[in-house]
Design a protein around this ligand. Structure first.
Ligand SMILES: Cc1cc2nc3c(=O)[nH]c(=O)nc-3n(C[C@H](O)[C@H](O)[C@H](O)COP(=O)(O)OP(=O)(O)OC[C@H]3O[C@@H](n4cnc5c(N)ncnc54)[C@H](O)[C@@H]3O)c2cc1C
Length: 383
């Protein structure tokens, strides 16, 4: 078993960290405090590393990266700016779905603009009455001549305000329940809908939106995959998404560790740096142990993804562990910073706000526990 990164991965990690600290970090706080949405120009700055499409083959403009390398890049980006990570990963997910399930015409139309970030994407599954139970989607799509007519509302949609296009899931045959759900490519230039921002606790530069569709027309040829196969398509990338979350949390945890070590050396109380007190060292030791454990569980899932081996249990375990432990790490960082940790003057209060939602998003942690339990017992506690 080899725990070491290869030379290429080490170099990439160093280069990305240097680039992000120089080119991106200086603008983060102003954007987040003023809730300024991330622009395409900012996204384009990180594209050369392969954040959008990096895992796809070189022939179509991808980077041919393996999962471990891609996730290490995600860890570095999350360490600096979780909102930017969210904006690029959502577009990356749309791109991958279109690459894997799209028709030649769809690929021709959408892959290049997504790869170049000329178009930004959203992924719209959740609705006001439908979250974990995705088979109960209420939004309807009815075929009328050359168009599908969409009616319904999507909520909590990342990139929903700024996106040019997205993948959306709607019910095309109510009698079939989950097997009547279909995925559609919705392009703002072809389909009319309204978007309203949702005020949220963190990640203020990556707006989340509610999307309203009222007799909105989608061209017939924009069905992604097969009619009735939408949930199958939505589920395709779940293991990837959950492993990804483990690295997002690891990145934020690493940021907490780095800033806390710096602060513990600089802050003087009782005539000594607080880092010389054993109780502060215990906090740092716990933070490091948790951060390394998160990364290792994530790497286990990434390794299995690279080998194309089953990894549902491992991806859920990585997501579950990382999303809960990063909160402990962020709390400890706040504790080390004392009153300043609770103020906007220091970064740690943002780290906590930016990462808090991940016990809920990408499948709640209750659902992750049920997936792991089902895998262990062979008995499903839910549909
Ligand atoms: C910042 C953010 C960004 C998001 N981005 C997107 C996006 O881009 N696209 C998108 O489609 N969605 C997005 N979501 C929505 C997210 O996927 C949902 O919030 C999530 O799936 C949970 O659904 P819900 O909020 O409706 O909670 P519910 O499903 O209503 O759950 C409420 C509670 O009940 C529990 N629960 C539900 N069923 C069971 C069960 N069978 N057993 C035990 N407990 C259960 C849940 O675990 C949870 O604790 C985002 C959410 C957030 C917070």
């Amino acid at each position: 078993m080899d725990f070491d990164l290869n030379e290429e991965q080490k170099m990439l990690k160093t280069n990305i960290r240097r680039f992000l600290e120089k080119e991106i970090q200086p603008i983060v706080e102003e954007y987040e405090i003023k809730s300024i949405p991330i622009t395409k120009e900012i996204i384009k700055k990180v594209l050369p590393f392969g954040y959008i499409g990096g895992l796809l083959p070189e022939e179509i403009g991808g980077g041919n990266l393996d999962h471990i390398t891609y996730f290490l890049m995600i860890e570095e980006l999350s360490r600096v700016w979780p909102s930017l990570r969210a904006a690029v990963s959502t577009s990356n997910m749309i791109l991958t779905h279109i690459y894997e399930s799209g028709t030649e015409k769809q690929k021709e139309k959408f892959i290049e603009p997504l790869l170049k970030a000329d178009k930004i994407g959203f992924f719209a599954l959740t609705e006001p009455n439908v979250g974990s139970d995705t088979s109960s989607i209420e939004m309807t799509a009815v075929l009328k001549e050359n168009h599908w007519v969409l009616n319904g509302t999507k909520t909590f949609i990342t990139n929903g305000m700024e996106a040019d296009m997205g993948i959306l899931f709607a019910q095309t045959d109510k009698t079939k329940g989950g097997k009547g759900i279909t995925a559609f490519i919705v392009d703002y230039t072809e389909t009319t809908y309204k978007a309203k921002p949702i005020e949220k606790m963190g990640m203020h530069s990556c707006p989340t939106a509610e999307l309203f569709f009222e007799d909105s027309l989608v061209p017939k040829e924009n069905v992604l995959g097969e009619v009735g196969q939408g949930l199958k398509l939505a589920g395709k990338m779940l293991n990837f998404a959950r492993a990804l979350v483990a690295f997002i949390c690891t990145g934020v945890a690493q940021a907490c560790v780095d800033t806390s070590i710096k602060y513990a050396k600089e802050r003087i109380q009782f005539g000594r740096p607080i880092g010389s007190f054993q109780l502060i060292q215990a906090h740092i030791a716990d933070m490091l142990t948790l951060t390394s454990s998160m990364r290792l569980l994530g790497l286990q899932a990434a390794y299995l993804l690279d080998k194309e081996l089953p990894c549902q249990r491992e991806a859920s375990m990585a997501k579950l562990f990382a999303t809960e432990k990063v909160l402990q790490v962020a709390e400890k960082a706040m504790q080390i910073h004392g009153g300043y940790g609770y103020s906007r003057e220091f970064l740690v209060e943002r780290y906590y706000r930016d990462i808090r939602h991940f016990t809920i998003a990408e499948g709640t942690n209750e659902i992750q526990r049920l997936i792991i339990g089902r895998d262990a017992l062979g008995i499903s506690a839910f549909k």
